[in-house]
Design a protein around this ligand. Structure first.
Ligand SMILES: Cc1cc2nc3c(=O)[nH]c(=O)nc-3n(C[C@H](O)[C@H](O)[C@H](O)COP(=O)(O)OP(=O)(O)OC[C@H]3O[C@@H](n4cnc5c(N)ncnc54)[C@H](O)[C@@H]3O)c2cc1C
Length: 438
């Protein structure tokens, strides 16, 4: 019986270990932290949005190499699909429920149930689990003097050297370092000679300013707590005035003036950022565009169901009906109250009508929040480094090394897509690692 070592006890590593053990390999999982699945427990606000039933799931994923990523996604999902994932969990005794039409959660509403079921399956397959065991190098056995065993590979930790016929690296990304995501997987990959893209935080809030901040222009926000003199605030920081506002919008991302992505849903203005699931999803595009040096703007349609002419007519009708009333009061039913001063200031600055600003409120994207608050990372080990069918490294020198999950340069939006990638890639790598090891 051949030995498979899995490095990393996240969802993709646990699934890889289960698949390898089911395929007949002696399997050991090394986890750097004191327990496995620390990030898994945080998912879906502790409820674990474990997959998504959307028909065209593959089109949701992004990579710096879309052409090859599509080939990999088709191959990997062809071997372990959303249906296979649901069947796997149902057979392991985890029932699921569906929300918002396609978001799948455990019926218990607890991410710990998903972890418990995976641990139970690993226990029954006699998978060895070693905690506080951080892999610091993966070396060819012939170059290593200390691994006890016959395998072609040696995985080194601070205290031990494990012999393996196949090694699956499942160390995740750099998102939320407190869960063990310290980027060690990128380092192990680089040490093996694999090409890793730049790693950027994503699925997080976006800091914005007005596109052409004018130092002389100020927004007055009656009754709000404002820093600085005379209760005035520079337009450079419009989100402060609007902070606390939640509203529905269609958000469009423009890179150097060209539309690159659009999504509809709830947005939220916080003191520093624009937030909400829609913004999180679009942050993947914002980050890539900012990183490649583009000017990035967000266009907010704050009244997505009303065409521009209707909004113009409504404001004009209201002005005639309530002549003499302040514009702030007239807009009461159209714009969340804390947005009104910001919208009016934008009209003054750009010379555009209120209706135009409501239909296309422009903000300049400055930066994203850091890795601490990112749900995933954009980037990773380039997909061309891996065989799309097996997730084994392509290089002849690296036969027997497999990668899974977020470590690979593929990312999905909110909604269960990233965990589905973890399940599918984990199962695929685990199955092939065991087969090639026998
Ligand atoms: C707050 C939050 C909420 C999220 N919610 C969802 C959601 O609802 N749905 C969804 O689909 N996705 C969600 N995600 C994303 C999802 O959790 C990740 O995409 C997924 O966990 C990636 O799995 P992974 O196995 O690749 O990596 P990880 O889950 O990061 O696991 C990697 C493991 O490897 C270990 N490790 C690292 N280096 C070493 C080493 N050198 N030696 C040994 N072990 C090592 C780490 O300690 C860690 O346990 C969320 C993420 C966050 C942060």
């Amino acid at each position: 019986m051949k030995q498979v070592i899995v490095i990393g006890g996240g969802p993709s590593g646990m699934m890889a270990a289960i698949a390898a053990a089911r395929s007949g390999a002696r399997t050991t999982l090394l986890e750097a932290g004191p327990k496995p699945g620390r990030k898994l427990l945080l998912t879906g606000n502790g409820r674990c949005n474990m997959t998504n039933l959307e028909d065209d799931i593959l089109s949701a994923y992004r990579s710096s190499d879309m052409e090859n990523a599509r080939i990999m996604l088709r191959s990997v999902f062809g071997q372990f699909s959303v249906e296979d994932t649901l069947r796997f969990f149902h057979e392991e005794g985890l029932l699921t429920s569906v929300e918002h039409g396609s978001y799948v959660y455990p019926v218990t509403g607890q991410s710990s149930s998903v972890l418990d079921v995976l641990l139970r399956a690993m226990g029954s397959l006699k998978i060895k689990m070693k905690f506080n065991e951080e892999a610091i190098a993966v070396e060819k056995a012939e170059d290593s003097s200390s691994a006890a065993g016959e395998g072609a590979w040696c995985v080194r930790t601070k205290t031990w050297a494990y012999s393996a016929d196949s090694v699956i690296i499942s160390c995740g990304s750099r998102a939320v370092p407190s869960t063990g995501a310290n980027g060690a997987g990128y380092e192990l990959s680089r040490m093996l000679g694999l090409d890793v893209t730049d790693i950027l935080p994503a699925l997080t809030a976006v800091s914005c300013s007005l596109p052409e901040p004018d130092a002389k222009a100020y927004v007055r926000v009656p009754g709000s707590r404002q820093p600085g003199k005379d209760s005035k605030r520079s337009l450079e920081d419009p989100l402060y005035a609007a902070s606390g506002t939640r509203t529905g919008a269609v958000v469009t991302v423009f890179a150097d003036g060209e539309m690159i992505a659009r999504e509809r849903g709830q947005i939220q203005f916080t003191q520093q950022d624009l937030s909400g699931v829609v913004v999180f999803n679009l942050s993947r595009y914002v980050m890539r565009a900012l990183h490649s040096g583009c000017e990035v703007e967000l266009g907010l349609d704050l009244l997505p169901d009303a065409p521009l002419e209707n909004v113009e007519k409504m404001i004009s009708d209201l002005s005639s009906r309530y002549s003499g009333m302040s514009i702030e009061k007239l807009l009461a039913g159209l714009v969340p109250s804390r947005m009104i001063p910001v919208v009016l200031a934008e009209c003054e600055l750009t010379g555009e009508s209120i209706a135009s600003v409501l239909k296309n409120f422009r903000l300049k994207a400055l930066r994203l929040r850091g890795f601490d608050s990112a749900q995933v990372c954009v980037g990773g080990v380039r997909v061309t480094e891996l065989d799309a069918r097996t997730l084994e490294c392509r290089s002849d020198d690296l036969k027997g090394i497999y990668l899974t999950g977020e470590l690979i340069d593929i990312d999905g939006p909110c909604g269960g897509y990233n965990l589905q990638w973890a399940w599918s890639s984990g199962y695929t790598a685990g199955t092939h690692a065991a087969a090639s090891a026998t």
